[in-house]
Design a protein around this ligand. Structure first.
Ligand code: UT7
Length: 332
C-alpha cells in the first residue's frame, strides 16, 4: 500500500510591510489595540502587479528544490486560495504549473478559506493512497490585500499576503506517513465570513462594487467564539483517535488568525509554549497560506527535524475546519 509523506516545505512573503502604525493612519485603530486583541504587529503586502500565482510559484520552487524530487515527477498541483488570479477560470493551480514549466499534471484550485491547506493536504493524501498520483505539489497562496476593505477596521488589521507550498509523495514506509487528517464544514455559519459580490448568489453590479461588497466581510466576535469551540473539539478528537498525547507533538502549527484563539486551543491541549508555532505577529492572517508559511518558519530556523511530529489545525470561512497529524519526512 502507498502512504503519503510530507517531504518538503517552502514559502514566500512579499517585500512590502504594512505595520499597525501604518494602519492607525488609515482607520480608527492603534498598535496597542491590535497587538492586545490579535497578537499581530505587521503583515506583508504584495506589489500591485504581483499576483497570487506569482507568490505561489516562489513558494513552490523552494518546496520542489528542497524535496529532492525532479519537477518532471510532479503529477498533480492543487492550490488553496480565496484570492485567485482570476475568479472562475483559469485556476491559479494551472497558472502556477505553467509558470513552473511542469508538464502533464492534473491541476485545480479548492476554496476552503483558511482551512484550505489542511483540505489540500487531505486531497494529496487521498490521491496518493489510492495509487492515482505519486508526487503532489500543494500550495496555499493569497493576495488578501486585493479583497480587503481598508476602511473597515474590523477586518483590515488582520489580513496579509503570502504563499506556502509542500511536496507530498508516495512512500511504502508507514513510519514516514501522514497519520491522520480531519476535515469538516458547517454551512449554517456561512454568513460569518463572506465576500458577497461576484458569484451567482449576488451577481456583479456596479453599485454593489462601490459599496465594497467584493471585499471580505466578517462577524469577528462570533467567528472567534465558534473558532475556539470547534478547533478545541477537533484537535482533542484527532489526538484521541490516534492515541497520541499532546506532549508528544513536536510542533503545534495552528492557522494564524489571532493569538488569543491559538492560546485558547493550545491551553486546552496543555501545550507548552515551545511546542506552539507563532507567526501571526509578523505575517497576520494569510488564510490558506498561513499554515505552510508557519511550517516554513520552523524549517528555516533549523528547528524542524526529520521524523518530528506536527499537529496542524485550521478554521475559516464556510465555515470549514480541519486538523492533521503529520510527521516531517524529507527524502534521506
Ligand atoms: O481566519 C478565519 C477566521 N477568522 C478569525 O478567526 C477571526 C476571529 N475574530 C477575531 O480575531 C476578533 O473577533 C477580532 C480581532 C476581529 C475583533 O476582536 P474582538 O475582541 O472580538 O472585538 P469586537 O469585535 O468584540 O469589538 C470590541 C470593540 C468594539 O467597540 P465597542 O462596540 O466595544 O465600542 C469594536 O468596534 O473593539 C472595536 N474595534 C476596534 N477598536 C480598535 C473593532 N476593531 C477595532 C480596531 N481598533 N481595529
Amino acid at each position: 500500500m502507498a502512504y503519503a509523506a510530507f517531504r518538503s516545505i517552502g514559502a514566500y512573503a512579499p517585500k512590502k510591510i504594512l505595520t499597525n502604525e501604518d494602519l492607525s493612519k488609515m482607520v480608527d485603530t492603534s498598535d496597542d489595540w491590535i497587538v492586545k486583541r490579535t497578537g499581530i504587529k505587521e503583515r506583508h503586502i504584495a506589489a500591485k502587479d504581483e499576483t497570487t500565482s506569482d507568490m505561489g510559484v516562489q513558494a513552490a520552487k523552494k518546496a520542489i528544490e528542497r524535496s529532492g524530487i525532479h519537477p518532471n515527477e510532479i503529477d498533480m498541483v492543487v492550490c488553496a486560495t480565496i484570492s485567485p488570479d482570476y475568479f472562475c477560470m483559469p485556476s491559479t493551480a494551472t497558472i502556477i504549473s505553467n509558470k513552473l514549466g511542469l508538464g502533464n499534471v492534473t491541476a485545480f484550485d479548492i476554496s476552503a478559506a483558511c482551512t484550505g491547506f489542511v483540505y489540500i493536504l487531505s486531497i494529496a493524501k487521498a490521491f496518493i493512497e489510492s495509487g492515482m498520483k505519486k508526487n503532489v505539489l500543494i500550495i496555499g497562496a493569497e493576495k488578501l490585500s486585493a479583497i480587503t476593505d481598508y476602511t473597515d477596521r474590523g477586518t483590515c488589521i488582520l489580513f496579509g499576503d503570502g504563499a506556502g507550498a509542500a511536496v507530498i509523495s508516495a512512500t511504502e514506509n508507514k513510519d514516514e506517513a501522514i497519520i491522520d487528517i480531519h476535515t469538516g464544514a458547517d454551512g449554517t455559519y456561512a454568513d460569518l465570513l463572506m465576500t458577497p459580490n461576484g458569484g451567482t448568489g449576488s451577481p456583479h453590479d456596479s453599485l454593489e462594487l462601490e459599496a465594497g461588497a467584493c471585499f471580505m466581510q466578517m462577524k469577528g466576535n462570533e467567528t472567534f467564539k465558534v473558532a475556539v469551540r470547534t478547533l478545541t473539539k477537533d484537535v482533542v478528537e484527532i489526538l484521541n483517535d490516534n492515541n497520541i498525547e499532546s506532549s508528544k507533538i513536536d510542533h503545534f502549527v495552528p492557522h494564524q488568525a489571532n493569538y488569543r484563539i491559538i492560546k485558547a486551543v493550545g491551553d486546552a491541549l496543555k501545550m507548552r509554549d515551545e511546542q506552539v508555532v507563532l507567526t501571526v505577529g509578523k505575517f497576520g492572517n494569510t488564510s490558506g497560506a498561513s499554515i505552510p508559511m508557519a511550517i516554513n518558519e520552523v524549517y528555516e530556523s533549523g528547528s524542524l527535524k526529520a521524523g518530528e511530529l506536527m499537529l496542524l489545525d485550521a478554521f475559516g470561512g464556510g465555515l470549514t475546519w480541519g486538523s492533521a497529524l503529520v510527521p516531517f519526512s524529507p527524502l534521506k
